[in-house]
Design a protein around this ligand. Structure first.
Ligand code: TPP
Ligand code: MG
Length: 324
């Protein structure tokens, strides 16, 4: 049975979710101002998922992340200034400006990398879990990916192997209902994607991905199971992205089934809902305001750092490139 969150965990949940929210709002501003090369896939609306999951793992555990990865990295404690700089293609970014939004990695934080290949992070995290088991370290690996990635072969091959070998891996499906403009309900014949776990003989859990405490509780159980050598779990978090697929997509296809779909999900804002709950549960509003001010200062400094940083020198174009 999962522990009830402590007061510290409560404020940490809020701090992390609010930081993700403010981070993504500023990335969207970069795009609108034409400061950002390419596009970014924002995590707005999905904050409770990575926050609840990452709060339940230890500092030396691993995470694998997707193209919608900013939230996972913030939850893992990545440096927001270096992330922003990377998104702007600056020399001071995590990958010296060569990776951009979809390829931020920080091995010192156990972040195995965000990944532009849909489903690409799943075997990478599975490999990290195998490595932990092999070395006997008791570390776990968490793989974050979207609903559509569950229709990639990498998902099935990885989960099958993890189940057969009892690997300490937790597969977190962020089911936001869409893969670009494709409605997952049109291309998949199971109501719950977590039901696929049955085919591999492992637990599959569905959780409300707009409720950080609920996510934390199921994740704690899955992590305990993995550390105890009992193998992997699939967690399906039902969530919603507030925007289109990326910053340049209006996402109107989301109104095809139900013209009120977006509106209904946006009313369930996980950050605002948790703020209200924390206050109701006894966290003074002054404490929440203090957290918001601290985050605002951090994010503004991160934006300034990124904007003021230089681009990499063209002479570095072929540095850090691997070829055989
Ligand atoms: C192997 C592969 N196929 C297709 C694409 C193009 N693509 C990028 S994101 C995406 C949809 C991903 O949807 P989902 O897995 O649900 O994640 P979400 O964007 O909803 O978070 C697709 C098809 C890709 N990047 N890689
Ligand atoms: Mg999706």
């Amino acid at each position: 049975m999962a522990k009830k969150p402590t007061k510290k965990l409560y404020t940490d949940f809020y701090r992390t979710m609010f930081k993700m929210r403010r981070f993504e709002e500023e990335v969207f501003e970069f795009y609108k101002k034409g400061l950002m090369p390419g596009l970014a896939h924002l995590y707005l609306g999905e904050e409770a998922v990575a926050t609840g999951c990452c709060a339940a793992i230890a500092a030396d555990d691993y995470i694998g992340s997707s193209h919608r990865g900013h939230g996972h990295l913030v939850a893992r404690g990545a440096d927001t200034a270096k992330m922003m700089a990377e998104i702007l293609g600056k020399e001071t970014g995590y990958s010296h400006g060569k990776g951009g939004s979809m390829h931020i990695m920080a091995l010192d934080l156990g972040i195995l990398g965000a990944n532009g290949i849909v489903g690409g992070e799943i075997p990478i995290a599975t490999g990290a879990a195998y490595s932990a088991l092999y070395r006997g370290t008791k570390q776990v690996a968490v793989s974050f990916f979207g609903d559509s990635a569950t229709n990639e072969g990498t998902f099935h091959e990885s989960v099958n192997m993890a189940a057969a070998w009892n690997l300490p891996c937790i597969y977190v499906i962020e089911n936001n209902l869409y893969g670009i403009s494709v409605d997952i309900r049109d291309v998949t014949n199971t109501e719950n994607l977590a039901d696929r776990a049955k085919g591999y003989g492992i637990p599959g859990v569905v959780v409300d991905g707009m409720d950080v405490e609920a996510v934390y509780a199921v994740m704690e159980e899955a992590v305990a199971r993995a550390r105890a050598g009992k193998g992997p779990t699939i967690i399906e978090a039902k969530t919603y992205r507030w925007q289109g697929h990326h910053v340049g997509d209006p996402g109107d296809y989301r109104l095809r089934r139900d013209t009120k779909e977006k509106e209904k999900w946006m009313k369930r804002d996980p950050v605002a809902a948790f703020r209200a709950k924390a206050i109701k549960d006894g966290i003074p509003e002054s404490e929440i305001l203090k957290i918001e001010n601290e985050i605002e200062t951090e994010i503004r400094a991160a934006v300034k750092f990124a904007v003021d940083s230089p681009y990499p020198d063209p002479s570095e174009a072929f540095d850090d490139i691997f070829c055989e």
